[in-house]
Design a protein around this ligand. Structure first.
Ligand code: NAP
Length: 195
């Protein structure tokens, strides 16, 4: 499967780095000669990763032809003052993106993984879960496979409304990392002890 990564900022570059050797199409906002636009990259791919700020991701969902494609939403839809999330309880960024692209198969993933984590050795990130959620099981499975290829573990949280829960986990991670000074070499995980 070809994976389009729209956005070449911290997360887009970090994910592309972990997918070296796989079929990847990189989409740029202002493509230079030889580069692909978001639309051109998306057209080549079965999986389209929106490595964009939430408003830009929503705009991409509204305007690109994403029909039938697996669309990865990694956004943390933070308020401009960084104090909290713009959505919660009754919807989520991922569900808003799904509404904007109803024929796409949206999967929440990667929002709890800081870009800096991608620079760690894969041996250290295999135990870090990418929390995934989506309504299309085949799409969730493909994104779980993508997370595995990128060197992470996977925690499947079920249907897309679970993004209402995963996005606050991303926000908590940001609070720990920036607000409470733990830095960006941290990630949330889920632990089960022996019963
Ligand atoms: N950074 C992290 O550690 C982290 C972790 C988890 C999730 N996330 C989420 O991942 C997404 C990408 O974050 P990032 O850190 O990679 O951001 P970033 O470094 O600021 O990169 C943003 C990318 O989006 C593009 N873009 C397109 N339209 C834009 C617009 N209207 N305004 C600003 N940028 C626009 C930028 O293009 P240009 O290069 O042309 O400006 C750039 O390639 C965000 O939703 C963020 O919440 C980030």
């Amino acid at each position: 499967m070809t994976i389009a990564i729209l956005g070449q900022g911290s997360m887009g570059k970090a994910l592309a780095g972990r997918l070296a050797g796989h079929a990847v199409a990189l989409g740029a906002r202002n493509p230079k000669a030889g580069e692909l636009s978001y639309a051109d990259a998306a057209a080549k791919a079965e999986i389209v990763v929106l490595a964009l700020p939430f408003d830009a991701a929503l705009e991409a969902a509204r305007t690109l032809d994403l029909s039938g494609k697996i669309v990865v939403d990694m956004t943390n839809p933070i308020t401009p003052d960084f104090a909290g999330l713009r959505f919660g309880h009754s919807t989520s960024a991922a569900e808003e993106i799904q509404k904007a692209a109803p024929s796409a198969r949206v999967v929440k993933a990667f929002n709890t993984i800081f870009a800096a984590i991608f620079d760690a050795p894969v041996a250290q990130t295999r135990t870090i879960p990418v929390f995934v959620a989506g309504n299309d099981e085949a799409a969730v499975s493909a994104v779980a496979d993508l997370a595995t290829k990128a060197g992470f573990g996977v925690e499947n949280a079920g249907s897309l409304d679970a993004a209402r829960l995963i996005e606050p986990v991303g926000m908590l991670n940001i609070r720990f990392g920036y607000g409470l000074g733990k830095g960006t070499a941290i990630a949330p995980t889920w632990v089960q002890v022996a019963a």
